[in-house]
Each structure stands twice: as C-alpha cells, then as structure tokens.
Design a protein around this ligand. Sequence first.
Ligand SMILES: Nc1ncnc2c1ncn2[C@@H]1O[C@H](COP(=O)(O)OP(=O)(O)O)[C@@H](O)[C@H]1O
Ligand SMILES: CC(=O)OP(=O)(O)O
Ligand SMILES: [Mg+2]
Length: 410
Amino acid sequence: MSQTHVLVLNSGSSSVKYQLLDMRDSSRLAVGLVERIGEQTSRIKHTALTTGCTREQNGPVADHQAALKAVAEELARDGLGLDSPELAAIGHRVVHGGMFFSEPTVIDDAVLTEIERLIPVAPLHNAANLTGIRTAMALRPDLPHVAVFDTAFHTTMPEHAARYAIDTKIADRHRVRRYGFHGTSHAYVSRETAKLLGKAPDEVNVIVLHLGNGASASAVRGGRCVDTSMGLTPLEGLVMGTRSGDLDPAVIFHLERVGGMSMDEIDTLLNKRSGLFGLCGDNDMREIQRRIDEGDAQARLAFDIYIHRLKKYIGAYYAVLGRVDAIVFTAGVGENAAPVREAAVMGLEELGLAVDGDLNGVHGDEPRLISPADARVAVAVVPTDEELEIATQTYALVGKGNGTYSTALA
Ligand SMILES: Nc1ncnc2c1ncn2[C@@H]1O[C@H](COP(=O)(O)OP(=O)(O)O)[C@@H](O)[C@H]1O
Ligand SMILES: CC(=O)OP(=O)(O)O
Ligand SMILES: [Mg+2]
C-alpha cells in the first residue's frame, strides 16, 4: 500500500490540534482538538471527514501524553489509527527553533536535544511540543517525524531587524536576538495573498497580521520575511490574549525592585495575566465585543489599546516595506472579528488603506478582499492553515521529492 497520509500534531501550551491528510490531493481525513489539558474541564473534539462523524468527550485529560493517547484512540475508532500502513510521516509544529533550523527537519536525538535546550525561550510552547513528539515517536518509532519550526520563515530577516541594540558580545554569547514566531502561518498566508491578487509571491509586499490568542505581525517583501513583531520569545510585539507585547524593559526592574515581585512572578504576569485578559479580565475577543456592545468601559479601553498597538505596527511595516500591496488579517481574531479589521485601518486612507463596510461584514472561509474596488492597497482576510502547511512541508521532506532525509544539525 502506498504511503500518502501525513498526521500533523500542533501541541500548544494547553491544547493539541491535529489533522490527518491524504497528500495525493491534500484532503483532510480527520481533524480534531484536545483543549484545556491539565484541567478538570478538558474536551476532545474529533471529526472524521471520511464519514462526516463528529464525537465530543468531556472530562479531565491530565497532560500532553494523555492527550496524544486520546488522539490516537479517536483516530483508531475511525480506522485511521497510527498503525496505518498508509502513514508516510508525522509532522510536528515546534515553536522555537533558535538559530539552527531554517528548514523542516527530520527529528533525531540531536534535534530533540536542541528543542529541549530552547524551552527557556518558549516556555509556554516548546515543552509541550517535545512531549507531543516523544509520545508520537514512541507510538511509531519506524516513521520519520518532522519538525516544522515557527521560527523558520523569519530566518531571512536582515541583521538590522533581528538584532536588539544591546552589547553585541553579550547578545551573541546568550543568543539574544529576535527570532519571530507563527512563521508557518505568515509563510502560508503571504503566499495565499499573492494568489488572491493573481501575482507570484516574489512580486508582492505584504503585511501579515496573525491575530489569534498569540498575535504577531510580519513584513514580507517578495515572499521573504524582513521583519516581525515577536522577538527572542513570543512575548514581544502586539497586545495578545494574555501576553503584554511591547513594554519598556524597565517595567520588569521596577516590579522587582519596587514592587517586590520575583522574576517568576513577573514572567507569569507578562505571559499569562496581561494582554486583553490583564486589561479587562477577558481574553476572548467575542466576549470583549459583547461587553463593548453593552457599554462596558473597561472592555472598550482594552480594545482600544489592542487596536492602537496594531495600528502602530501597520505603520511601522509600511515604512519598512516602502511599498505595500496588501495587508492581510488571519487567525481567530483576524478571520472573525470585523470590528478589529475596521478599527485597525480606520484613518489610514492617506496610506491607501480602507475597508468596505459590506465586504468586511461578510463571513466566510475563503480568502477574500475587503477593501473597496479602487483601493491602492488591498486589504484581505485569508484563513490560515498551519496544519496544511506543516503537512505539505513534511511530505516534501520525507521524500517524495529527493528521497533523502536531512537534519539541519548534521
Ligand atoms: N467569531 C469570533 N469573533 C471574534 N473573535 C474570535 C471569534 N472566534 C475566535 N475568536 C478569537 O480567536 C482567538 C483564538 O484564535 P486562534 O487563532 O484559534 O488561537 P490559537 O491558535 O492561538 O489558540 C479566541 O481567543 C478569540 O479571541
Ligand atoms: C508562538 C505563539 O504565540 O503561538 P500561539 O499563538 O499558538 O500561542
Ligand atoms: Mg495559533
């Protein structure tokens, strides 16, 4: 039997998203999500596209290892288990790849060690990624497991965008630089945007706004990333669901010296109790919009701070690129929250940016333009598909192309 299936695992800090695809036509055979891992209220939602059947289970899932076992069981119930002879490879999203990985990479011991070494600079993500990989490798040690790194797409950033203005020797010794994240999404969405404009990726300059729970912006010139808003860790840049994004680094000294907080407490504050959640007690944009509609001033201010930061990055990346062909919104907030899109470009008409109210209000799953027909710069909504991109890169690497596996560390 030919091996044409790829399983993609996207292990997040408290969730595992997965997709099984048949790479002959990139069709999805099964998709699912385990969320709120480690809590009493975990939920597993699994859909087999082969039968159209969806199952949901509620109840505690203790950790990522248990979550992976549950995923394997769900797939097996539909005859799509991990023991399938049709499985060609398993692709894993890995958030931090440091300086080493600019390409998808077959995972071996050296790669595992490097992903582990990077845990301190992606604390919410790399540990979960690693558990996902180890559990899946134990279930199918015979298959190639491929890591696709969030940082990879950003390795093209020029030094003047990637370096912080601190002592070069200290920065180099500790590998302190801007790496950027969500790269798989920025790569996929910028390419799809070129397609939507009827152009080749190397012909267009795009500002991608990936607004999910984590959020980042990138400036993409001719298909290559030239700047992005996340830095050494996924904390820098935009206001996010629970992360602060940019702040004066002296805030940290102040909270430690004057506020009496420990470094761990400040870390938790900035990563888990800041952003929209810290500002108004909610991190879900749907809830924030509902509260604004009811006249809630705290939710309104949180929204305004979120938009103000977003606008500053649009302006910054406009300046970095010089010429912008499209601004594109993606991920949970970007794809669904029309008021965010409208507010983000409001007042930027002089830059050629506007949204058409009717087009912006239409909900859909397809890439679409929301700018007026005569707009100088296209404004678009392009749903991201990190899992499809990971599957495509994984399948290409394992060989169906050149037949060789390579690791960036070899
Ligand atoms: N219909 C909607 N309207 C507004 N915001 C939404 C909607 N659906 C999802 N969101 C936002 O998207 C976020 C999740 O985005 P997603 O890209 O799935 O995040 P992640 O991959 O980081 O978990 C939610 O927290 C919520 O703020
Ligand atoms: C890197 C990052 O922030 O990822 P996520 O949005 O999945 O949390
Ligand atoms: Mg995401």
